[in-house]
Design a protein. Structure first.
Length: 120
């Protein structure tokens, strides 16, 4: 690759993945769309109050000339703030069809509970 070609290469940019978050019975499920990212291209780490997610797309062979290009190159990255209600030992993740699913379990003490009312 010539120096001119190196200069003209697009820098890697970070893309926020499309995501949804749901909560049901003390379990928060986070789904992030990362098309083109294999399971081994995903990094997931918790440090302090941050849940960091990165997805690295492998470099494909670039065509000599694009006719249409609607998808820009880049890697996925997102950071979520989690508090002490999340049990950090019970964070799970799976990847299927370009969708990363992260499951966050709330600590037992933080789950909502129904309080019975008794008659006097």
């Amino acid at each position: 690759m010539s120096d001119k070609q190196k200069m003209l290469r697009e820098p890697t940019r970070l893309i926020r993945p499309l995501s949804t978050m749901t909560e049901d019975k003390g379990v928060i499920t986070l789904s992030l769309e990362m098309p083109g990212v294999p399971k081994d291209g995903v990094e997931l780490e918790v440090e302090g109050s941050e849940l960091r997610i990165r997805g690295k797309r492998p470099n494909g062979q670039e065509p000599s000339r694009y006719v249409v290009r609607e998808r820009a190159p880049g890697d996925y990255a997102e950071v979520y703030t989690i508090d002490e209600t999340v049990d950090r030992e019970k964070i799970n993740a799976s990847m299927e069809a370009g969708v990363l699913t992260v499951t966050l379990h709330l600590r037992e003490a933080e789950k909502p509970r129904r309080i019975a009312i008794s008659a006097r």
